[in-house]
Design a protein around this ligand. Structure first.
Ligand code: PEP
Ligand code: MN
Length: 698
């Protein structure tokens, strides 16, 4: 047995070595391309080429049993590395740096292992052999070290996605002569670390910086026996526990800091927010030129005139010049109470004429303007394949004849819904076109819903187990769905009867928050936003913390306390039309949510009760163009619950697209016969694959 494992490991090692060799070779070619591109002035990024490359690789991958998500994830890293490399090459050319410096001295606040240090290492990873870190006690000293030439660059944290802006750094930027030459977004992941062989139960004191302590408050609340002691920074806290050698002491710091100081991670990933990033600015003595082909950001500070509308006047200049603002932050002006400085970042390059013109105009309407610098943007959008491309990349084996295919032609020939005359129902103001003529486009983790696009939400009726939701997520992603659904709190029409099989003999009401955890993991694993139903006003807050979209089910369309509650959270809400509700009532229900402040409402037609003979409910297709004429809100269709029978779902889905809906929500299941709810209407994976191809052919 041992022998066999050893032999296999040798084979894996060989394969890994081969992968490394090929990666190095690919980098070499990529560098050559950078040179060639510079000669013929072609752009660094070629979206079309990246898309073609991914399609080709996904197809090849599928032939070898590798799923699309895996292939895309690996190649996103590779493509990004290549772009970074090519950008660095152009940057060096643009600045005609006379010879390469022997060392790159980077000042940061803290000691080695601090997050600033880690971010600096990442930013300068292309120069690892020349990187000289210079840890200093304060941000002011970091800035000064670069100003007086002791260091070449300053690494300054400017904002964190959990705790917000770092005021001290903003204030330093106002006065320094340094320029911003780069940015780095670093994922912060806090761990509880201690000496070897220490268990959580024996820890009595935890050292860390106040920021990480605040960011891990939920976890720390589970350790009431521990005293928290604030310390200068995370890495120093680790150094301190190492030096003291007291086994009852621990620290909150990064995994890298634990490794650097040779202590042990007791618990990983303890922050309240799993997605926790800090953005750092890189500053140097001189401005750096950025090649115009590199996506670029510019940062400025300005003080507007003291008159009403002065800020709006300045901001309008950006709009008029078509420049996209990515950040605005205000800080008080010390010594001038109630006056503010505004810090702005926008997409653009100071060497671009349009940007120069904009700044000229801004100067005319402000009383102070300072350009902090232009630098390559880190917000490079990853090329992701459209649902069309994903759904139609051929699978290795020939597809089998789909069931229920007959209606596709008929549905496709129905005309797109054209907006009719505008006459909003009574009590529908915020949802009306009169209030907002343009379509609302709701972006969920980068996936736009509304406007011209067509989005597919897929997943099981209910989350039944970790494996089940993972399998569904893989399938959804593989076939081009963009959002994952899964019910965790299930409304059941009857408290005693159940569908086919029971769950321990009882009606299955969902796995609740445990199910939501599985759904979150599945969404994260396959990079899919998630939607789940919330049944009770008291669950809204907890569900909104985890889910990307909250669903209000058909049976709750007029549960006004629930509507008000989801109106108070910042998550998009998918509101389903009630079984017996008119279009007007649907819009009025939406109004309850909008009135509370939440403007991100999606409407969903899911079938109403009429004189059904063949289907579970009657899908009201006419409601889609009608709703589109009355409201700016996106309208999606759930053919699964309307049909109630899987063979009827694909034709209704095609019809929903044909009448102009903004998307569909489809129930799928790895083994529909065994589903704990709505099995009869769940598509098999094969049916889903076929449907996706039909939806996105041409
Ligand atoms: C669902 O989508 O899981 C659901 C219960 O749908 P509806 O509220 O439309 O019946
Ligand atoms: Mn269902």
């Amino acid at each position: 047995m041992d022998e066999e494992i050893r032999a296999l490991r040798d084979k894996i090692n060989e394969a890994d070595n081969e992968i490394l060799k090929q990666l190095a070779l690919r980098r070499k070619f990529s560098a050559e391309i950078a040179r060639a591109k510079d000669v013929d002035r072609s752009p660094i990024r070629d979206q079309k080429r990246e898309e073609d490359l991914l399609v080709r690789l996904i197809r090849l991958g599928r032939e070898q049993g590798l799923d699309a998500h895996y292939v895309t994830t690996v190649f996103h890293e590779i493509i990004e590395d290549s772009i970074r490399l090519q950008q660095e090459y152009l940057q060096r050319l643009a600045n005609r740096e006379g010879g390469e410096p022997e060392v790159i001295r980077v000042a940061f606040q803290g000691i080695e292992g601090a997050y600033s240090y880690l971010a600096a290492k990442k930013f300068f990873s292309g120069f690892a052999d020349r990187f000289v870190p210079m840890g200093l006690p304060t941000f002011a000293e970091v800035v000064k070290a670069v100003e007086n030439g002791q260091a070449d660059y300053a690494m300054l944290p400017i904002e964190n996605t959990t705790s917000g802006g770092i005021n001290e750094v903003y204030d330093l930027l106002l006065h320094t002569r340094l320029s911003i030459v780069g940015e780095e977004k670093y994922r912060v992941s806090h761990c509880l670390v201690a000496l070897k062989d220490v268990t959580i139960g024996s820890i009595r004191k935890i050292y860390s910086h106040p920021q990480p302590v605040a960011q891990c408050s939920n976890y720390l609340a589970t350790l009431p026996g521990c005293k928290i002691e604030y310390f200068t920074d995370t890495a120093m806290s680790v150094a301190k526990i190492k030096e003291d050698g007291d086994p009852t002491h621990a620290a909150i710091a990064s995994e890298e800091a634990a490794r650097l100081y040779d202590v042990v991670i007791v618990k990983r990933d303890i922050a309240n927010q799993k997605e926790n990033f800090t953005r750092f600015l890189v500053a140097a003595r001189n401005l750096k030129k950025v090649d115009l082909r590199i996506p670029c950001k510019t940062s400025i500070v300005m003080a507007t005139a003291q008159k009403p509308g002065a800020l709006v006047e300045a901001l309008l200049v950006f709009r008029q010049n078509g420049l996209n603002l990515t950040k605005i932050e205000s800080r008080p002006i010390l010594g001038n109470p109630w006056e503010e400085m505004f810090y702005l970042d926008f997409e653009g390059n100071i060497d671009d004429e349009k940007v120069q013109q904009t700044l000229e105009e801004i100067r005319g309407v402000t009383r102070f303007l300072k350009v902090l610098g232009s630098y390559p943007s880190q917000d490079l959008p990853r090329t992701s394949l459209t649902p069309q491309a994903m759904a139609t990349v051929a699978a290795p084996q020939e597809e089998k004849a789909p069931r229920g295919e007959n209606a596709k032609g008929a549905a496709a020939s129905i005309a797109q819904g054209a907006p009719g005359p505008i006459s909003s129902p009574q009590g529908c103001r915020l949802a009306s076109r009169a209030h907002k003529p343009d379509d609302t486009i709701i972006k969920v983790r980068g996936v736009p819903i509304g406007g011209a696009g067509f989005v597919v939400i897929a997943g099981p009726c209910a989350v039944e187990s970790y494996e089940q939701i993972m399998t569904c997520a893989r399938e959804a992603k593989e076939r081009g769905a963009q959002i994952l659904r899964g019910g965790c709190f299930k409304p059941r029409t009857s408290p005693s009867s159940f569908h086919g099989r029971g769950f321990e003999g009882r009606v299955f009401e969902g796995l609740g928050l445990e199910g939501l955890e599985y759904l979150v993991e599945a969404g994260r694993a396959f990079n899919l936003p998630i939607i789940t139903e919330v049944l009770s006003p008291t669950d809204v807050e907890a569900v909104a913390k985890q889910a990307d979209i909250l669903q209000v089910g058909a049976r709750n369309m007029q549960n006004f306390s629930l509507l008000k509650e989801v109106g108070r959270v910042h998550r998009p809400v998918l509101l389903k039309r009630g079984l017996m509700s008119s279009i007007d009532e649907l819009l009025q229900a939406a109004e309850y949510i909008l009135e509370q402040g939440n403007q991100q409402v999606l409407l969903c037609e899911r079938g109403i009760r009429t004189f059904e003979t063949a289907t579970r409910h009657t899908l009201d297709l006419g409601a889609i163009p009608k709703l589109k004429s009355l409201t700016h809100l996106p309208v999606v269709v759930d053919p699964s619950h309307a049909a109630g029978e899987r063979d009827l779902v694909p034709p209704l889905a095609l019809a929903a697209k044909a009448v102009g809906s903004h998307g569909i929500m489809i129930e799928i299941h790895p083994d529909p016969e065994k589903a704990l709810s709505d099995g009869p209407q769940a598509l098999t994976f094969l049916q889903f694959e076929t449907l996706m191809k039909q939806l996105f052919k041409n």
